[in-house]
Every structure is written in C-alpha cells, then in structure tokens.
Design a protein around this ligand. Structure first.
Ligand code: ADP
Length: 455
C-alpha cells in the first residue's frame, strides 16, 4: 500500500512538473500518478505470475528471487518446502533402516493388509513361503501359501498360539505367529523349526527306547523273583535261575554304562588336541579284551603298529576301538577272522581299521547304523550283550576328535569299520607297516578256533 502511495505521489509530482510546463499541472499530476501506479501494479502482477509458474511446476530449485511482497512469499514457501523435504528424507532413512533391520531378522517377516494382501516381506519369509517379493506384492497371501492350517489360523483370529505347518517346499516345518497391528494390518512371523522338531522327535524316541530296553530285563527279573518266591526250587534250578537273573542285571548294567558314556560324551568339552596317546598300547588293550570276549572262537590279528600317537582322550579312543572289536567278535560266526590295522595316509591323516569276515551288513542299513538303538538284527545284538548304542558312541568319539567313522560291508562276506583321524591329531615317528600285510593276514585260511589268539 505504501509502495502504491509512494509511486502515486512520485508519479503525480513528475506529472505536475511536466503538466506545468504545458500549462496543465492538474492533468499532468493525475496522469503521472496513474502511470506510476499502473507500472507498479504491472510489475507486481508479473512477479506474482512468475511465482505462480514456479509453484505450478516441479518446485525444484529456488523460488524467484524478488524483492517486495512476492519475493517474501516465494522465500517463505521455499523455506517451508525445504523443511518438509528434510523431514521426509529423515523419515525415509528411518524407514530404510527399519526395513533393513527386519531384513536382517533370522525369522521370516511378512506384512499383510486388512484384505490379507502381501504388503512387504523379508527374504527369509520369501524363502519360507516361496514368495517373490516384487511379483507377489498385493497378492492374497492365502492364494500363495496354500496350507489349510495357515488359512484356518488366519481366519480364526485367535493368534495367541503359533501355528505349525509344512512349508510350500514340502520339507521345512514352519512355526508361524500372527500379530495384528494398525487398522486391520497383520504381522506374520515365521520360523524354521525343522531341526528343532527332528531333535524333539529324536529325544522322544530315545526316551521310549531307553524305557523299553530297561523294561525288558526288569520284566524278566520280576518273573524270576516271583518264581523264586512262590515255587520250591531245587538247588540246581535255583542256580540256573540265579544265573539267568545275573545275565539280565548284567544287561541293564551295560545299558546304563553305555548311556552314561553317551551323556558324558555330550556334556564334556572336546578332548585336548595336544595330549598324545600311544596307539600301540591302546590297541593291545583293546585286542586283549576282544580275545577274551571271543574266547578262542575267532582268529584275531593285530600286526604291530609303528610309533603312532593320537591326540585326544585315551578312554574315549579305547572305547571307540573296543566297541568296533567287540562288534566284530559278536557279529562274526565262530571260526571267522578279525583284524585291526593302522593305515597312514599321505596327507598325514590316518585310520584305525577293524576288518572282519563276519555277517556283513546290507547297504540300506549302513547310513543308520550309528543311530542310537539302531540294530540290523535285534535278537543277535541282545543275545550277545549288545545295547544298540556302541556305534553311536563311536561316532560321538570320532566327532569329538575331529574325525569320522566310515563303514564298508558286504552281506555274508564281512565288514570294514574305519576310524578316520585328521592329520592334526596324528603323530608318527616310525614307518608304518603296510596295510596289505594285514589284509593278507586276515584273509589267510584259519586252521581252527584253537589258534584264534595267534598273532
Ligand atoms: P549293538 O550293541 O547292537 O552291537 P551297535 O551300535 O554297536 O549296537 O551296532 C549297531 C548294529 O550294527 C548292530 O546291532 C549290528 O546289527 C550292526 N553291526 C555292528 N557291527 C557289525 C559288524 N562288525 N558286522 C555286522 N554287523 C554289525
């Protein structure tokens, strides 16, 4: 307003002076004022239009830098817009951080809207539900995840408990939790529990097996106790029953001992990598036990092992080798041959091999032999004092020594059980005997059970 008055006044003054020169001072003042005001209004209109053009456009760059009213308006709008842009940038960054945190989650995260359409999912959820985030956005989740249990759970609306179902890949077991948020939106969290379920099933099987293994001898014992309490037995019968009771208690004792060994193996730290155990002495002890168990029924060979030492636990290594030899004795018919040898490998690793000419094992059974209580022939195992835990103990021992167990077998011809030790756990000072020597010794004809302990 002041600018209009000022311009009008200046225009009137200029017009008045020019008009006086022509004898028309009043008309000159009026025309001067009108022209000045007109110019001012025209300039303002032009500035306003420029600002409007900027506002209608992309709003990029700065507002037109003008003085006066429109300049001020442009400057204020630009400042407001910049502040809003900063806030939006900060929000965008926070959202990106939030999404990358959800992406880093070990669990699947899936966001669905009120119509159960997919809004967003992280890569774990994409894997669990076999989704393609870009392709499947805005798709109804139940059209893609077709598990009836999942659909029923979503429909039920009672989401306190997780739902467990098999993932679309048919192999993975998923535990899924649904949490509502916002206006009808849902957060679906998925977790792969396949391993957990497998362990849980193994634990259940284990408890059932242990109970069964203990109950059988207990039932037999209870029968004998009742027999002795109710029947007048002669001395010979009494001795026979007592012997049978002794067998059952021995069976339970062996089972408990094996269970304790397993528990110890699972609960104790790994055997030290720098405590060296001389293999020849260890093997001697194991062979002596095997010969005692065989009682001359087999030929048991153990060619001299050079100066080999293994790093680890003496008792565990003895238990592993002893278990293999005891199995060889128990699953090799009388007159068969059993051999133990050490085989060195060029890379510094080595193996203890127990070879027998026994019953052998069909290929189908091999992958399961080291499972707890897995037996190819349950009655033979029990008759010979087996618990079904021997090879499981061997496998544990080998894993704890960074090694592995390897089995070759031909039904009717015999088996070779190898305990493979990594180079880091093997120390050799002398040359080793050749493996061929032992194989030849094992395969020699046996003259009879009498020379079973010959070496
Ligand atoms: P067990 O106490 O029954 O011997 P193991 O775990 O030691 O349990 O062995 C598992 C099963 O593997 C045995 O029941 C037996 O059927 C089979 N097996 C183990 N060693 C031999 C072998 N040397 N020859 C044939 N079968 C064997």
């Amino acid at each position: 307003m002041l600018a209009v008055l000022g311009a009008g006044g200046m225009g009137a003054l200029a017009g008045f002076l020019a008009g006086s020169f022509h004898g028309l001072p009043r008309a000159g003042a009026a025309a001067g004022a009108a022209v000045a005001v007109g110019l001012l209004v025209g300039r303002d209109a032009w500035r306003g239009r420029r600002l409007l053009k900027w506002l209608r456009g992309s709003l990029e760059g700065s507002a037109p830098r003008d003085a006066g009213f429109w300049g001020e308006v442009g400057y204020r709008i630009e400042k407001g817009l910049k502040a809003r842009e900063h806030r939006a940038d900060a929000e965008r960054e926070r959202l990106a951080q939030f999404l990358s945190a959800m992406e880093a989650s070990p669990n699947g995260v899936l966001l669905i809207d009120a119509e159960e359409q997919i809004d967003w999912c992280n890569s774990v959820a994409a894997l669990h539900f076999e989704l393609q985030p870009d392709r499947d956005r805005r798709q109804r989740v139940t059209n893609l995840v077709r598990s009836p249990a999942f659909k029923a759970h979503l429909d039920a609306g009672r989401w306190q408990e997780p739902v467990v179902f098999v993932a679309p890949d048919g192999r993975t077991t998923l535990s899924v939790i649904v949490r509502p948020y916002g206006d009808g939106l849902k957060l679906v969290l998925s977790q792969d529990i396949t391993e957990r379920e497998r362990h849980e099933a193994m634990r259940r099987d284990f408890v059932a097996n242990v109970s069964h293994e203990i109950r059988s001898p207990l039932t037999v014992l209870a029968g004998f106790v009742e027999t002795m309490a109710t029947l007048p037995l002669g001395e010979a019968e009494r001795q026979r029953v007592l012997a049978l009771m002794g067998q059952q208690t021995d069976r339970m004792k062996t089972l408990v001992a094996d269970l304790l060994t397993l528990a110890q193996l699972e609960g104790s730290p790994r055997p030290p990598p720098d405590r060296w155990v001389a293999l020849p002495a260890l093997v001697e002890r194991a062979l002596a036990d095997a010969r005692a168990l065989s009682a001359g029924r087999h030929r048991i060979d153990g060619p001299a092992i050079g100066d080999v030492a293994l790093a680890g636990s003496e008792s565990e290594l003895l238990s592993a080798i002893g278990n293999l030899l005891s199995n060889a004795v128990r699953y090799t018919p009388d007159g068969g041959r059993i051999g133990l040898q050490w085989v060195s490998r060029p890379d510094g690793s080595g193996a203890v091999e127990v070879v027998d000419t026994g019953l052998g094992i069909a290929r189908d059974h091999l992958p399961r032999l080291t499972e707890r209580f897995y037996r190819v022939d349950g009655s033979r195992s029990r008759e010979t004092g087996g618990t079904g835990l021997g090879l499981s103990i061997v496998k544990h021992v080998m894993q704890r020594h960074g090694g592995a167990i390897d089995i070759d077998s031909t039904p009717g011809a015999g088996s070779t059980f190898r305990l493979l030790f990594p180079a880091a756990r093997v120390r050799r000072n002398n040359r080793q005997p050749s493996a061929v020597a032992l194989a030849a010794a094992v395969l020699q004809p046996v003259s009879g059970p009498d020379d079973a302990t010959a070496r």
